[in-house]
Design a protein. Sequence first.
Length: 107
Amino acid sequence: MFDSAQAFRYLLLGGMIFMSVTILFCLAVAIRGPKLTDRLVAVNMIGVKTILLIVIVAVYNHEGYLVDVALVYSLLSFLAVVVFTRFLLQFKMNKLKLRRPIKNKAV
């Protein structure tokens, strides 16, 4: 029979496999997403799921330093999403400025 420690390890292993599969689905959405914003959300979800996967691996292997790695990765992922969002907004604003008709004021 299973003891609780072995059942917990199988649960963590199942969680790692599930996270890996969902990361692959998010990668597919990030590649073929209909809009750029959908791709941005998919990349952000990949970052969050990767952080969760690192933490599950840390618990599975009893390695505490991997939690620190996950923390640093989360900060970098957040910063990357903020920078990319700012770039996206700048691009959209410039695109809208070019589409506006120029009004000539007669003096």
